[in-house]
Ligand binder design. Structure first.
Ligand code: IVH
Length: 435
């Protein structure tokens, strides 16, 4: 490809990425799945790797997230608010620990302390306290520059306006997650797709009185800039946060071996539905802050922490409409188009309804509020319908009797093994030439 064409392709991809970032970070309304987003980002990175002349200041390698919206004053973070790299298996965690010990030149059997904290699925914020007084509250923005949302953050009851006690640093940025509990979300679930969107949306209200109407909460878990660090480990810091009047997760724990780390992971994943807020994994951090400092950062994330994502998970969303897709073998598959929802860290906007029988059996209709489940890479499924949320005008879904692609009358073949009609509806085109 010639240079100009490559450049055009590259800038087109960057423009798309910016549009998706804007929807996700600025409008709290993701418009593509995480998977497609990652593919686009990887596409940009591989073009950059291949063609050195493409390196550009707009590159996603240079930033986290999206630059903040124009609604609020922009303020540069004293220390960037980065993201975490992800782990999906025990092996990933073993590798993480190995690399850390290598980097720190510790022997393989050194019992390094790891603090495990639930990964709360909310919106991160940074609170700047000077002499114990809350002076400034910022959103993460693009990680480098945040938005001044101080007035909105001040409406949150679990954010102290003044730190309790007298033993606190003269100047400290306390970081954590703004979230809405599952219970509170139930009352406003008609307005937002999920608790995370609700938290993001209400934090960015221009009028703090609007923010105050939504029962937001704050859970503290880290720090940015600190003048006079009075603590040597993350667990000590969490204790201090409690003394200063912050909410800290009750599910934090310190471990020194992979067996206990995995046991804690399984226990928390099983307990997940009982936890009062959405949790999409566990964050592991090296407990010793000296070690953290030595480990430092790689591009967008710290070397001293990793997020261990949960595998299978459920979420609630709304069916916008039901589409019929024709597969390569002529099978007609009904697909529920959903209001995008974060399911274990992945944005889901489609769920398979399998076939006509499944729709009849569960009486799934357009406009229904449904529970969906995602497990690994399997296509998400609709598990149940919340009949109480069904609107009075709702109508049963009529499965089409014509192929949506070529308009031929569809068939259900007789299955000689089961001696029954197949559950799958097909386009009868014998050559599978239907589009
Ligand atoms: S520590 C350098 N601890 O996860 C990043 N983050 O993908 C240090 N999060 O933006 C973050 N619970 O919004 C940390 N216990 C926890 C967390 C947590 C949720 C979020 C946070 C961050 C994202 C990283």
């Amino acid at each position: 490809m010639e240079k100009e064409k490559i450049k055009a392709l590259y800038f087109d991809k960057i423009a798309k990425l910016n549009e998706y970032n804007k929807a996700y970070y600025d409008q709290d309304n993701p418009i593509i799945s995480d998977h497609k987003y990652d593919r686009l980002k990887i596409g940009i990175l591989s073009l950059e790797n291949k063609y050195k002349f493409l390196k550009n200041k707009l590159s996603p390698t240079k930033k986290v997230g999206y630059k903040p919206s124009g609604k609020f004053k922009k303020i540069k973070h004293k220390i960037p608010m980065l993201s975490l790299s992800n782990a999906f298996s025990e092996n990933n965690i073993v590798d993480f620990l190995k690399k850390i010990k290598n980097f720190l030149k510790l022997s393989n059997d050194y019992k390094i302390e790891i603090i495990a904290e639930p990964k709360i699925d909310g919106i991160s914020a940074s609170l700047h306290y000077i002499n114990g007084q809350l002076k400034l509250g910022l959103s993460r923005g693009d990680g480098i520059t945040g938005e001044d949302i101080t007035l909105n953050l001040k409406t949150i009851r679990s954010i102290p306006a003044r730190l309790k006690g007298s033993k606190f640093p003269e100047n400290i940025e306390i970081r954590g997650e703004v979230y809405i509990s599952k219970k509170d979300f139930k009352n406003i679930s008609n307005k937002f797709a999920n608790p995370r969107n609700a938290a993001g949306g209400s934090l960015r209200q221009k009028d703090p009185l609007e923010t105050k109407k939504i029962p937001l909460q704050f859970m503290a878990y880290s720090f940015g800039f600190v003048k006079e660090k009075l603590f040597k480990t993350q667990s000590e810091y969490l204790e201090l946060l409690k003394n200063w009047g912050f909410k800290v997760s009750q599910h934090n724990g310190v471990f020194t071996n992979i067996k206990d780390i995995m046991k804690n992971y399984t226990e928390l994943e099983n307990k997940r539905s009982e936890i009062e807020y959405d949790v999409d994994g566990i964050v592991y951090k090296i407990n010793d802050l000296n070690f953290q400092e030595r480990l430092g950062y790689v591009s967008n994330s710290p070397r001293w922490a990793i997020a261990h994502k949960f595998s299978s998970t459920k979420a609630i969303s709304k069916i916008l409409n039901i589409e019929i897709q024709v597969g390569r073998t002529g099978a007609l598959t009904p697909v529920a188009k959903l209001e995008p929802v974060n399911v274990g860290g992945v944005i889901i906007s489609n769920a398979t309804l399998h076939n006509e029988d499944e729709i009849i059996r569960k009486d799934i209709r357009e406009g229904d509020v449904v529970t969906i489940q995602r497990a690994g890479d399997v296509i998400p499924q609709v598990i149940s319908v919340d009949i109480n949320k069904r609107s009075p005008g709702s109508k049963k879904f009529i499965f089409p009797h014509k192929c949506p692609s070529c308009n031929s009358k569809t068939v259900k073949e007789f299955n000689n093994n089961t001696k029954k009609k197949d559950a799958v509806t097909r386009c009868p085109d014998p050559n599978y030439s239907c589009q």
